[in-house]
Ligand binder design. Structure first.
Ligand SMILES: [Mg+2]
Length: 305
């Protein structure tokens, strides 16, 4: 399917992905201490009402969406400023220690080029923070895969200069873009498209090795076992997070709720796993595919558009 390349159409896709991402983030955060019991909690109607608090995943994704609204691309200086500003206004959103250090240094006047390269004793971050926030960008640039790769990479490098941090980000953006293009197709074809695109275009490395492994993990496997095979974010790195998240998204592309339950059954970095999966699956099921009461329960997004 051809996807439109006007800014308006691109932006609508980004907003849909952001809804899926933020509901996933807040649900994952809510159930993080009882993730394996998610199915029972949901079946019993035991989820609390509003407001479901969202975390850094949504904060940073909103910064990306605001950047795209204003610039129609990623200007790294501008996006670094948006990340730092959101952190300054609301620092208690569950940012990781590495992210907090970098954002505080940027607020103190350092450049993102310095802080990103200096992170983790000069190795750069290979955390999952680039991947957790990027699905709306992948949706935005779904019509132009070269631009999608350049811009997702640019968004990652502000905080994640390690090649694995970048690869995880590019992979999630590619998956989101592929699903936009596959919307309306049978799920099996969309799933194939997702794996084909991500496997072909993700940079080589540990993350891509994990994605190769994920692409052949049988869909019948219990998520708990798939998580053990692939990792589910306990290490909070891209290679330990992105393969399992893509497997969960591919497994339940047509059912947002089931995708969330399965992602939670893998435990690990629950808010980030669910943010990644939600940001992709929403693009296949549409806004009506996200349970209405979940959308209502998520705290309102404070997008500055
Ligand atoms: Mg988080």
């Amino acid at each position: 399917m051809n996807v439109e390349s006007t800014h308006t159409a691109r932006f609508q896709r980004a907003l849909l992905s952001l809804d899926g991402l933020s509901v996933g983030d807040s649900l994952g955060q809510l159930l993080t201490t009882c993730a394996r019991g998610a199915r029972r909690v949901i079946a019993e109607g035991a989820l609390p009402g509003p407001k479901w608090w969202h975390t850094d995943d949504t904060q940073m994704a909103m910064a990306i969406v605001e950047e795209l609204a204003e610039m129609k691309r990623i200007s790294q200086d501008s996006l670094a400023h948006r990340f730092a500003e959101r952190y300054q206004v609301d620092p208690g959103r569950g940012y990781g220690k590495g992210a907090r250090m970098q954002l505080e240094q940027i607020l103190a006047g350092d450049s993102w080029q310095q802080t990103s390269v200096a992170a983790f004793n000069g190795r750069g971050s290979k955390g999952n923070g680039g991947a957790m926030r990027v699905a709306p960008l992948g949706a935005y640039f779904a019509d132009d895969v070269d631009l999608l790769i350049t811009e997702s990479r640019a968004s990652a490098l502000i905080t994640h200069s390690h090649p694995e941090g970048v690869a995880g980000t590019v992979a999630v953006a590619l998956a989101a873009g592929a699903i936009c293009k596959a919307q309306g197709q049978p799920m099996s074809e969309a799933r194939e498209k997702l794996w084909e695109t991500v496997l072909k275009l993700t940079p080589e490395g540990e993350t891509l090795d994990g994605i190769r492994k994920a692409s052949v993990v049988p869909l019948e496997m219990e998520p708990e076992y798939a998580a053990r095979l692939l990792g589910s974010g306990y290490l909070v790195t891209a290679p330990d997070t992105v393969p399992f998240a893509l497997w969960c998204a591919a497994r339940h592309l047509d059912d947002y709720q089931e995708a969330m339950i399965n992602t939670l059954e893998g435990d690990g970095d629950c808010d980030t796993n669910c943010a990644i999966v939600g940001g992709i699956v929403a693009l296949f099921v549409g806004r009506n595919g996200i349970p209405e009461n979940w959308l209502k329960a998520r705290e309102p997004l404070d997008l500055n558009l």
